[in-house]
Design a protein around this ligand. Structure first.
Ligand code: GLA
Length: 667
């Protein structure tokens, strides 16, 4: 063992044994981060790639100024893991990576400061950082020395990670660094990055200005969604100077659509989350800037009252979040997590606004202002959201009535993927809701379908007058030809109406995709040989003919339940949901189910379900790692879609590696 390693190990042992002095009990600087920090961090776009370097950091600082992001409130330009060399120098100091930062870190910090911005850095509350090739030296046992070095470089923000923590108590580790930062006399925002492992929301209010509430975000809808939902539950713990941090933004990195990125940004904003841009702004689209620079949305995030918006309702994935604002207004987010379009509503009363004859609603994305008598409705596309600022207004009549117009197709079950089967008619409903006090007139709805399909309204599609607080719906029959090709097709709705405040007719459009599946399976099939319609999984992807390995596809190894190895099957991780098209042609699903042998421990507890459309046809009850493999047989006759579901057993989803060995469907 070389001297350096020996020292690291010795420090860790001393700390673990509790022989080091307990940190002093002075609080962090409370007047920092009175609103959620805003800025940039390179991690989500570069990880440790070579394009993470001095040029990037300076380039981002330039763009903050030239593109108006600084004026919009973005302030911190932060660097993440991999800025240093793997070894400390002879004095025990961290050394900037000479190729990435040839002029050192201070030079970069100076540059950032010269633009009127602030500079942030990263290290870990462990012996090494997280980077998987071994990382660079962490801060554990070096708190004072590293804090002093950071302060001497002009650091304004420290993200302090959790890797290689040697099992030392988290409170101890983070408090130690807080005190070291305070002792430098420099104002440094302190960001705890322990992934919510030790419930920092319960103890870190006086330790850091923000704390991560979850594991790492990735640039995918499912990752963003699961993190958002976890963070929603913690609203009570956030406030000025102490924020829940659901991780940095992915907006602009390319793995989600702009509709999804708008939802991501709206969620983070209403949840009073830190807004740290995670995309390389030198390469993003104009739409990305438009999202990140929406000042009305940012104003909700930065409102000085500092409340985290709360979920007041979640109906099958349609969420209503409300954030009271300092001037008495309410910000509200209507958010649709599902793959199908929907309509969401909320009343002023539910928002906690006292009775008034009218309310003004500012649509923060459409940038329009309308009035309502008291309710707010929005047509939400799949994964879409609508965000409003709602105020009581005596002059409500100055604004046009709020009108929501949208379309949705019939679904097999709430939250189902919209499916069109060749030769089977489909029902769509369009609706126009006037939430105002004044009528609108000459309302016309129409529906457009893919070429070769036909559509007809089975109820009137025109209304001469639509009074305030009324909804006009039209039912449509869509005929899908027997020979319809498989694929995804758009079904669009178009609306026009006359509003008392506008000279020209108002138009509204919406469009959502419907899936025509390929042919239903025939005979007996290994399910893992079929193509699923969609899948979600608790960690990493659902694995085909392998068990779940938590990250990349194919990283899990063979499915093994109590010593028996299965060549065929699926490897899932709770919560998981895998759907197959059965087209009313299949009769049963069979499998051998159980926790994979590699993850048998006290935490592995799940339940398995099989659904035929909206009907649950199998429920395993609790399955733990101690249980023998179980035989599953489920009748799925008549199902259009067969759904394989794994739920966490109620103790969190750690180690919930649920195998489906020898999984077959008979058709
Ligand atoms: C951890 C953190 C990430 C990032 C990486 C860097 O995974 O949670 O945000 O900082 O380390 O290695």
């Amino acid at each position: 063992m070389d001297l350096r390693r020996w020292r690291t190990a010795a420090v860790a042992t001393l700390i673990a044994a509790g022989t080091l002095v307990t940190p002093q009990a002075h609080a962090q600087k409370p007047d920092l981060a009175l609103t959620p920090p805003m800025g940039f961090n390179n991690w989500n776009s570069t990880h440790c790639r070579n394009d993470f370097n001095e040029d990037m950091v300076k380039g981002i600082a330039d763009i903050f100024v030239t593109k108006g992001l600084k004026d919009a409130g973005y302030e911190y330009v932060n660097i993440d893991d991999c800025w240093a060399l793997p070894e400390r120098d002879v004095n025990g100091d961290l050394v900037p990576h000479p190729t990435r930062f040839p002029h050192g870190i201070k030079a970069v910090a100076d540059y950032v400061h010269s633009k009127g911005l602030k500079f942030g850095i990263y290290t870990s509350a462990g012996t090494k950082t997280c980077e998987n090739n071994g990382g660079f030296p962490g801060g554990l046992g070096h708190e004072e020395q590293d804090a002093k070095l950071f302060a001497s470089w002009g650091v304004d923000y420290l993200k302090y990670d959790n890797c290689n923590n040697q099992g030392v108590d988290a409170k101890y580790r983070y408090t130690k660094m807080r005190d070291a930062l305070n002792a430098t006399g420099r104002e440094i925002v302190f960001s705890l990055c322990e992934w919510g492992e030790n419930k920092p929301w319960e103890w870190a209010k006086d330790v850091g200005h923000l704390w991560r509430t979850t594991g790492d975000i990735t640039d995918s809808w499912s990752s963003m969604l699961s993190i958002a939902k976890r963070n929603m539950e913690l609203a009570d713990f956030a406030g000025p100077g102490h924020w829940n941090d659901p991780d940095m933004l992915e907006v602009g990195n390319g793995g989600m659509t702009d509709v999804e990125y708008r939802s991501h940004f709206s969620l983070w904003s209403i949840m009073a989350a830190p807004l740290l841009i995670g995309a390389d702004l030198r390469k993003v689209t104009p739409e990305t800037f438009e999202i990140l620079e929406n000042r009305e949305v940012i104003a909700v995030n930065q409102d000085e009252l500092g409340l985290q918006g709360k979920v007041i309702r979640n109906e099958g994935g349609t969420h209503v979040l409300v954030k009271p604002l300092s001037n008495g207004d309410r910000a509200v987010l209507l958010f649709n997590e599902n793959d199908s379009a929907t309509t969401a509503s909320v009343t002023a009363q539910e928002l906690g606004l006292t009775t008034a004859t009218g309310y003004k609603i500012r649509d923060l994305w459409a940038r329009t202002t309308t009035h309502t008598a008291g309710s707010i409705s929005a047509a939400l596309p799949p994964h879409g959201s609508a965000m409003y600022r709602v105020s009581k207004a005596n002059d409500w009549y100055r604004y046009p009535p709020a009108v929501a117009a949208g379309a949705s197709g019939e679904l097999l079950y709430p939250g189902a993927l919209p499916i069109a089967q060749p030769g089977k008619p489909l029902t769509y409903t369009t609706s126009v809701t006037n939430s105002g006090r004044l009528p609108v007139s000459l309302v016309q709805a129409s529906l457009t379908v893919p070429a070769g399909w036909t559509v007809k309204a089975t109820t009137p599609s025109f209304a001469a007058v639509l009074a305030g607080q009324k909804t006009f719906t039209t039912t449509w029959q869509v005929n899908v030809p027997a020979g319809a090709a498989p694929g995804k097709f758009p079904v669009g709705a178009h609306f026009t109406f006359h509003s008392p405040h506008e000279n020209n007719p108002v138009t509204r459009q919406s469009s959502a995709e419907v899936l025509v599946p390929g042919a239903a399976p025939k005979g007996e099939n290994f399910v893992s040989d079929l193509k699923w319609l969609r899948s979600t999984n608790g960690w990493g992807p659902v694995e085909v003919d392998a068990t779940n390995g938590e990250t990349a596809a194919g990283d899990g190894g063979p499915i093994t339940i109590r010593g028996e190895v299965f060549a065929k099957g699926l490897g899932t991780h709770a919560p998981a949901h895998v759907e197959y098209y059965a087209g009313n042609a299949c009769s049963k699903v069979t499998a051998t189910i159980g926790i994979d042998d590699r993850k048998v421990n006290a935490q592995s507890l799940v339940s398995y379900q099989v659904w035929a459309d909206a009907t649950k046809v199998y429920d395993s009850g609790p399955v733990s790692g101690a249980d023998a493999a179980k035989s599953l047989e489920a009748t799925v006759s008549g199902a259009t879609v067969v759904r394989l579901v794994v739920l966490d057993g109620g103790n969190g989803n750690t180690n919930d590696h649920a195998d489906w060995g020898d999984l077959k469907i008979t058709c």
